[in-house]
Design a protein around this ligand. Structure first.
Ligand SMILES: Cc1cc2nc3c(=O)[nH]c(=O)nc-3n(C[C@H](O)[C@H](O)[C@H](O)COP(=O)(O)OP(=O)(O)OC[C@H]3O[C@@H](n4cnc5c(N)ncnc54)[C@H](O)[C@@H]3O)c2cc1C
Length: 357
């Protein structure tokens, strides 16, 4: 019988956790190495699960497939803090909302057009309503740190090991990556997966591999938990917000967080004032904390998933990692175990940057 493939995953955010879980389910020997269990960008995320506007059709379908994979994951791993709460949005001019609804509706997205009264029925807690808004019932959100930790815990229950360490470099032998050099010593494996978000860049660079990534900052405010004020995600021209499973209202100037400016505290206070102004029942709404996260964003905006230029080295680095985690984890685990490339990952290979350049 062939020996089990041993895979090291660097990163314990939502992406590393999902890959670890899918690999452990397949019977691979898995070691997750991370500095933060639950991630770095992941705890700072707005965590909207969507295939919303602004994407080319192939990427829309990939994201929509990822939304379906969250449902599969929820069946396989009960207890995931997911809410298919839908979104109400009027964060663009009406003509752009129409174009979005027409185009994405043709692609199969379940978008409804709402008038003022219908929006008020859907979200009675708001102070103002637009004449025209869109509702996407199939969108949702997940509490991303809890989801990552649940995936990791279940992977560990299936035999995966977690090593709390910093990866400082990669171990090479005969042109192949055969392990990781960590603060706790050298660990060997058949494959090393870089799922370390922005932290993947220096690790790849240590082996001469460039991951073209930018890390724009995004500010998100979190209220103290309150009674139910919102039924779903609300995207206004001034802010994007939702209420978490814990009851916190969280918001960014858009879902990606918006620029925190020079004075993060002042920007958070301004944004929170806007949150309060948007809700009618706001007397007990208090800012608890804010996060400034750095979004791991590949140069063309699409994920990097697949071989990272050297045998034995695999990368899974992306924005919209919360939306994409269950699909990225499933496909990466399939490729690592089978050794066969999955066609649907074709547009997301690192090689595309070299081909374009
Ligand atoms: C403000 C903001 C809003 C967002 N909104 C959304 C949204 O609405 N929807 C959506 O889908 N996505 C959203 N995203 C993007 C999404 O959150 C990220 O794509 C996702 O969290 C990335 O997860 P990750 O596991 O790849 O990385 P991270 O969560 O950053 O985890 C990286 C892991 O690698 C480890 N690591 C790093 N370097 C090393 C090292 N040298 N040695 C050992 N371990 C290391 C860290 O300890 C950590 O465990 C948002 C992001 C931000 C910041």
């Amino acid at each position: 019988m062939a020996a089990k493939r041993h895979v090291i995953i660097v990163g314990a955010g939502i992406i590393g956790a999902s890959i670890a879980w899918h690999l452990a389910r397949k019977g691979a020997a898995v070691t997750v190495i991370g500095e933060e269990r639950g991630g770095v960008a992941t705890p700072c995320s707005f965590a909207w699960i969507n295939a919303s506007w602004g994407n080319p059709e192939f990427y829309f379908h990939f994201r929509r497939r990822a939304m379906a994979e969250w449902k599969r994951l929820a069946r396989e791993l009960p207890g995931l803090p997911l809410a298919w709460c839908g979104s109400l949005s009027w964060d663009m001019p009406a003509a752009d909302l129409e174009t979005y609804a027409d185009e994405y509706g043709r692609w199969g997205y379940g978008i409804s057009r709402l008038n003022r009264e219908e929006s008020a029925l859907l979200e009675p807690g708001l102070g103002e309503y637009p004449d025209f808004a869109l509702h996407v019932a199939e969108e949702g959100a997940v509490e991303p740190v809890a989801a990552a930790r649940l995936l990791l815990a279940d992977a560990e229950a299936r035999g995966a090991a977690f090593v709390h360490a910093t990866v400082n470099g990669l171990l090479q032998s005969a042109g192949r990556i055969v392990g990781a050099v960590t603060s706790e010593g050298v660990l060997e494996a058949d494959h090393v997966v870089l799922a370390a978000g922005a932290g993947s860049v220096p690790i790849a660079a240590s082996a001469g591999v460039t991951l073209p990534l930018s890390t724009p900052a995004g500010l998100i405010v979190h209220s103290r938990p309150v009674s139910k004020r919102l039924n779903g995600l609300v995207m206004t021209p001034h802010l994007h917000m939702r209420q978490t499973a814990e009851g916190r209202i969280i918001a960014g100037s858009d879902f990606a967080g918006g620029d925190p400016g020079e004075d993060h505290r002042a920007s958070a206070a301004d944004l929170f004032a806007r949150v309060k102004a948007t809700l009618i029942d706001n007397a007990d709404l208090k800012l608890d904390f804010f996060t400034v996260g750095y979004r791991p964003t590949p140069a063309d905006g699409f994920p990097i998933i697949g071989n990272a230029g050297l045998p034995g080295l695999y990368a899974a680095v992306m924005h919209s990692g919360v939306t994409l985690a269950p699909l990225a984890g499933l496909l990466a685990a399939d490729e690592l175990v089978s050794g066969q490339g999955d066609e649907s990952l074709g547009p997301f290979r690192l090689q595309r940057f070299a081909d374009a350049g």
